[in-house]
Design a protein around this ligand. Structure first.
Ligand code: NG1
Length: 483
């Protein structure tokens, strides 16, 4: 069984040598890219509202070797997975860029990273750094890379295993071409590049995962803001265990799952535009695009005034597209074309019940306040009250954003009754993991209760199979080289 970092490095070397014996493996570098656990601020990053995640000590570790022939070769350490290979030249040959593998193939996260970086070039005569990249022009990507990786991040669990792979592949291409990315500003710029990269795969996600993975620090949570992107570290050194428990319901990014996620993103966009229209008509306020723009500084209105305005905007019954169009002074065709398209250009299917604008807006607006309050509470060290906000966040994800599932509801209920100060789903939801805060003295009893009540009684798993679904994570260092 592989355990220490040295063991992992040795194994990665071995597999690289076996796969591609002629490569200059000695010149390779090791890169690590962590998963993330979101503490609070769920499904609000794509509205440009702030979030509060941690990067964790479950991670992907890779050996990366630059190769001069402008191709990318990637393999999992586990030989049961087929390796992939593609040429950087494909990007230049084809107007649409790199051709994706079939939907759901892990190789698409590598292609997403490479495809995005290839759209940038280095500004003339400037230092080779991420902050000196601009779109268009002659590219600087002389080298491709070979990479072998292994991961301890559970997949389809809401811990961003896929974004960790996107960030890792971005770093691999940067390393191979000597483009630096280590300063705070460079990492933030890179987080934004990686956020855009991920759209290649088809989710209209926000930028939380990539920013958390790049900006993470040992013993710190991170408050990530968008528009413009920023990251503030919040010391997280309490006598508290951050416990992740997998519901055992996998939530892979299938087309159906992507539609469910993107539906929320579309509903929030439409809700934000309707509020923007009201601000424009009543107060002459321009340039509001996202819910996250509805701030005192961007509107010149006080928070209490904004709160009062938004309370009356939406009715609880779902909206049909023609009502939305009339509120936006647009035709239904314009709304469909601009806001309701999938990445492949097909029409997003209109939910039969209509778009739930009231419910989605309510979730985002309140969750945003919870993030702001959580930042203060964590700074003050009031972890108990923070726990209650985590519980409120879960309830809102369940009742208003509707991204929970019965198993996650049951798991978080049991976690609370077993002594968690707070427990909530983390990540995209629809399955995946819950995160709970547990006092170290209660940890053994907490784990026992989950093993018995959730995994045993409800999920019918025996102890040996259940144990690896619960683990403690620690706020950890962001992605980068490891020595
Ligand atoms: P995960 O759990 O990694 O699929 C997704 C989005 C995030 C965020 C969360 C919900 C991507 C890559 N990730 O996370 O941006 O919106 O859902 O808070 O789309």
């Amino acid at each position: 069984m592989i355990k220490t970092t040295e063991d992992i490095k040795e194994a990665l070397h071995g597999r690289m040598r076996a796969l591609w014996p002629s490569l200059p493996i000695r010149s390779g570098v090791f890169i690590s890219s962590p998963g993330r656990v979101n503490l609070i601020g769920e499904h609000i990053d794509y509205n440009n509202c702030p979030v509060l995640p941690i990067a964790v000590d479950k991670r992907i570790v890779a050996l990366v070797v630059a190769i001069p022939e402008r191709s990318v070769k990637v393999a999992d350490l586990d030989p049961r997975y087929e390796s992939i290979e593609f040429s950087l030249e494909e990007y230049e040959r084809l107007p649409e860029g790199l051709v994706p593998f079939k939907t759901g193939h892990w190789g698409n996260y590598i292609k997403a990273a490479v495809n995005e970086l290839l759209s940038y070039s280095l500004k003339e005569g400037q230092e080779r750094s991420v902050t000196n990249l601009s779109t268009g022009g002659d590219h600087v990507w002389e080298c491709g890379f070979a990479m072998v990786f292994t991961s301890t991040i559970p997949q389809a669990a809401g811990m961003s295993s896929s974004s960790a792979l996107v960030v890792l592949s971005t770093l691999a291409l940067l390393e191979a071409n000597d483009v630096s990315y280590s300063s705070f500003e460079q990492r933030l710029a890179l987080a934004d590049i990686c956020r855009r990269a991920e759209w290649y795969v088809g989710t209209k996600g926000g930028g939380m995962d990539q920013a958390a993975i790049l900006m993470g620090k040992n013993r710190n949570a991170i408050k990530i803001s968008f528009n413009p992107i920023d990251a503030v570290l919040i010391p997280f050194e309490y006598d508290i265990a951050v416990v992740v428990a997998h519901s055992t319901v996998e939530a892979p990014k299938t087309r159906e799952m992507m539609d469910a996620y993107n539906r929320r993103s579309i509903e929030c966009t439409l809700a934000g535009l309707i509020v923007a229209k009201i601000l424009q008509n009543r107060y002459d306020i321009e340039h509001i695009r996202y819910i996250g723009d509805i701030t005192p500084s961007k509107t010149g209105l006080e928070q209490s005034v904004l709160d009062a305005i938004v309370t009356d905007v939406f009715h609880e019954e779902p909206y049909q597209i023609d009502e939305i169009a009339s509120l936006l002074d647009m035709s239904t065709d314009q709304v469909n074309r601009r806001y309701c398209k999938r990445k492949d250009g097909t029409q997003f299917p209109m939910p039969i019940e209509g778009f739930k604008l009231y419910q989605r807006f309510y979730h985002v607006w309140k969750e945003w306040r919870r993030v702001e309050r959580s930042e203060q509470l964590l700074i003050q060290g009031d972890i108990e009250t923070f726990g209650t906000l985590m519980n409120d966040s879960h309830a809102s994800c369940r009742d208003y954003h509707e991204v929970s599932c019965s198993e996650l509801d049951m798991l978080t209920d049991i976690a609370r009754s077993a002594g968690a100060l707070g427990s909530r789903l983390t990540g995209a939801g629809f399955g995946g993991c819950a995160v709970s805060l547990v006092r170290p003295n209660d940890l053994a009893a907490f784990t026992e209760t989950l093993l018995h009540d959730y995994y045993g009684r409800n999920m019918r798993l025996d102890r040996a199979n259940a144990e690896h679904h619960i683990f403690v994570v620690h706020p950890s260092q962001g992605a980068g080289r490891i020595e």
